[in-house]
Design a protein around this ligand. Sequence first.
Ligand SMILES: *Cc1c(COP(=O)(O)O)cnc(C)c1O
Length: 394
Amino acid sequence: MFADKLGELLQENLLRFVRDREAPPGRAADLSRIFIDGNELINFASNDYLGLAGHSTLTRAAREAMETFGFGSGASRLLAGGTSLHGELERAVASFKGTESALVFNSGYAANTGALPSLAEEGDTLFSDELNHASIIDGCRLSRAKTVIYRHRDPDHLAELLEREGGRRNVVVTDTVFSMDGDIAPLGDIYTVCARYNARAGASSVLLYIDDAHGTGVLGDGKGALSHFGIGPEPWILQMGTFSKALGSFGAFIAAERDTVQWLLNTARGFIYSTALPAAVIAASMAALQTVREEPLRVKKLWENRARLHEGLQAEEFDTLQSETPILPIVMETSGEALRFAEQLGKHRIYAPAIRPPTVAQPRIRLTVTAAHTFEDIDALLGALASIRKGRRV
Ligand SMILES: *Cc1c(COP(=O)(O)O)cnc(C)c1O
């Protein structure tokens, strides 16, 4: 039935496929390495920024929780699916993010698609950066509010649109770190635009909803984007974040004022109508949060690695767009070129995926460097990139 459509995708170099990793031979998983078709490759495709996904602290916590609570959670949180660990994790997140309260969601996707329709209802307006994550786009689509798109990282355009299109209640939503470009939202200026509007139009006419999926554990000594910008929590700011990236676990959270969290608990469909995360997952997230607090050297190592890779790419004059983070895109002319580049990297034992439309407008290789990489890993990547490009010029 879909053979023609699949054929078209193949023709355009846009067909997607999964490449699942194999079990590592004889040692615990470390996501800085990936095993595919019997080969070991250096993995520059994971969002495991702090090297926690395979860490024994997390697996031990998960095992203990599983032995205590069993594996499956059995029901949604509002029925009987939660455990004492769920509440404990929410209190830990609130304390980590400096908010009154927090709510755990099953994934970042569920948080964004669940919360945005609850926060902006009919008659309200959502203001969304044009490069926001797909889960935000889908959350906006599910909301009955009007959605207004502002130019990427442009607070002046946002201010102008707020004046022109602002409704009864307005929700400004932005990624903190853009997941495909690795650039950072100008949160200081966005904060100012929202604060000014609220001062004039009355408190919480504007809510600011930040998606800190790639900022949590990475920016602001690990505390996230608000901390990076020196912005304190406000009753009108909601901080969404995930446990699935730097925290090496799974699931997501929204940290905010108590009433806002209660509202989400009562209305966010992605929270209400989905089985609660297993206690083992919650326990691993808790262990990860604690590790981030107790081991600041991981964040430091992440940024040292990022600096080495970025400097190497600059020296070779690769175009990495406006990246300021461990996400480093290498822009390609076409999807075909990106696919071939990724394949050649594989021959050099480097794993880095080609990212193509519709995920991004401009095809690219997306590199993510983590604290688990060594300088030798990074130098091997830089060597491979240089040699592939040299091969193409002749
Ligand atoms: C990964 C990501 C999500 C989705 O989080 P999951 O937990 O993987 O569902 C949401 N927003 C952004 C910006 C992301 O990068």
